[in-house]
Design a protein around this ligand. Structure first.
Ligand SMILES: Cc1cc2nc3c(=O)[nH]c(=O)nc-3n(C[C@H](O)[C@H](O)[C@H](O)COP(=O)(O)OP(=O)(O)OC[C@H]3O[C@@H](n4cnc5c(N)ncnc54)[C@H](O)[C@@H]3O)c2cc1C
Length: 472
């Protein structure tokens, strides 16, 4: 078994300790773009045309697009805490065109419609950009493209194979190192069109404000505990109120589904992130990165990193931690060993930044599905629609999902609703006590593959064959 570049060249322990000495356990983004006072909680029995459960990107896009389709309808959003507190306010801010967690996963799972999904994903990203411009959202949107960087020789070969010269341009070791200076880079694939960067919390805030401006009613601190259907409508209930509506969109991401039969279609997996202090001009010069692209490396356990508007570096990924029973707890946000590992990998990537400190550390839950991409379910004679399973790539895909749910709920036959990706559900994960060991064994197998020139062993090949995967 080989070792990875991050193990061959770990940062000195003193550099790691110093870099983490002053971090605050909080997402940088929500600290940087704080929300005003929480909106009132639901405390009455209301009726609506459409009620949406969950106030992240999925729920807010669904509400906004619903109002844009028909401004006369009454649309209510119920959010358990405050809008954008969860994944939507704490992610990496990569706005990716892909709806399928990348081309290779998309082609494997949806070979007959991949090209269509690819075009729809790109159109979705273009529409997000157009909305940001039209609505004058201040969300630090930058369509800079991205680099997939190879940190091992075998990955460089894969990238060369993937390059098509237009959407994916191959860069040799010398070419990528001229653009971004890291001794770990062996080659890169530049994708100029497929990625934008955004300030995630500002996006959540602007979306929420636009919903309110459009007349959407939003209730915060209003967790929905019950969903009941009769022949005319569906009622969702909180502790102190309820909304009876003809249509319901469920946008609860990694949190337990209100539709019991889909509770095993996602597992919540923790992802960890560090944010540096703003870099000085000299520090910026030492890395280059003038195009401000998003960057991700290529192993199964990968890092993603990017610059913020004030030239901090966000560095996240690698560990993907599942807790027994799919538990989600704020205590899990702090995982010193994951942050130390990330910090060490950061200085392996950019040794010239030794001495830089991280100001924020945080974690968030990802709704991993067994096909690594969103699924769409309906229930109660089509009155309820549910989208989840974005598997850590939902900043853009949630808007596509919102449109799918609205198509489904209004009974429209569209290009979106005809997709196999929309009509076909992924396999569920096994229930506990089997989920935990199967996730651990899969992680172990992925780690082994990363230490063995990416070669997938029999276990992963079997999972690939039955379409039951696991990823961050
Ligand atoms: C650390 C991290 C980094 C990421 N980086 C990227 C990235 O760079 N690019 C990318 O594309 N994706 C990324 N993602 C994924 C992306 O953030 C998510 O796919 C996206 O935000 C999902 O939006 P959502 O609205 O479905 O979920 P969420 O933002 O999680 O919102 C779901 C909401 O539903 C509410 N809710 C749940 N249950 C109930 C209930 N019963 N009643 C009322 N409300 C309820 C929750 O309180 C929550 O606010 C990342 C995720 C994490 C955690």
């Amino acid at each position: 078994m080989g070792s990875t570049v991050f193990e061959r060249n770990p940062a000195p322990a003193s550099v790691v300790e110093h870099s983490l000495a002053k971090t605050e356990l909080a997402p940088f983004w929500t600290s940087d773009a704080p929300r005003g006072k929480a909106l009132p909680a639901l405390s009455a029995a209301l009726t609506a045309d459409l009620v949406i459960v969950g106030g992240g990107y999925t729920g807010l896009w669904t509400a906004l697009l619903a109002k844009q389709r028909d401004s006369s309808q009454r649309v209510i959003v119920l959010e358990a805490k405050t809008c954008g507190w969860a994944a939507s306010g704490r992610n990496g801010g990569f706005v990716e065109a892909t709806l399928t967690h990348g081309e290779s996963n998309g082609r494997t799972r949806f070979p007959n419609e991949y090209d269509q999904l690819d075009a729809m994903g790109l159109a979705n990203l273009d529409e997000i950009q157009a909305t940001v411009t039209k609505m004058k959202w201040k969300v630090d949107f930058e369509r800079n493209g991205s680099f997939a960087v190879a940190t091992e020789d075998y990955q460089a070969k894969d990238l060369e194979h993937e390059a098509d010269g237009e959407r994916g341009i191959f860069l040799s070791k010398e070419e990528i190192q001229k653009k971004v200076s890291s001794p770990t880079y062996q080659a890169a694939l530049f994708e100029p069109l497929d990625t934008a960067l955004v300030h995630p919390a500002k996006l959540a805030n602007e979306l929420m404000q636009s919903c309110l401006d459009a007349g959407v009613e939003i209730f915060e601190n209003s967790p929905v505990t019950d969903l009941n259907a009769d022949s005319d409508a569906v009622t969702v209930a909180t502790k102190k109120g309820s909304v009876r509506a003809s249509r319901v969109a469920l946008a609860t991401n990694a949190f337990p589904s209100l539709l019991k039969r889909y509770q095993l279609h996602t597992v919540p997996v923790y992802d960890y992130v560090l944010m540096t202090e703003p870099l000085s001009t000299a520090q910026m010069k030492s890395i280059g990165w003038n195009g401000r692209e998003g960057i991700a490396d290529c192993a199964n356990q990968f890092h993603y990193y990017r610059l913020s508007a004030d030239n901090r570096i966000l560095f996240g990924g690698y560990d993907a931690i599942y807790h027994y029973g799919g538990k989600i707890r704020s205590a899990y946000d702090d995982r010193p060993e994951s942050f130390r590992k990330l910090a060490s990998h950061f200085f392996t990537t950019f040794p010239q930044l030794e001495g830089v400190q991280f100001t924020h550390r945080w974690a968030g839950v990802i709704d991993t599905s067994s096909r690594f991409s969103a699924f769409f379910a309906t229930a109660h004679q089509g009155r309820v629609s549910y989208a989840a399973g974005f598997t850590g790539l939902g900043v853009a895909a949630t808007r596509f999902a919102a449109n799918v749910m609205l198509d489904q709920l209004t009974g429209l036959d569209t290009e979106r609703t005809r997709l196999e990706m929309v009509r076909k559900m992924p396999l569920p994960f096994p229930p506990e006590p089997f989920t935990y060991p199967s996730v651990q064994v899969t992680r172990f197998a992925l780690d082994r593959a990363d230490h063995n020139d990416g070669k997938r062993g029999l276990f992963l090949k079997t999972l690939d064959a039955v379409g039951l995967g696991f990823d961050s």
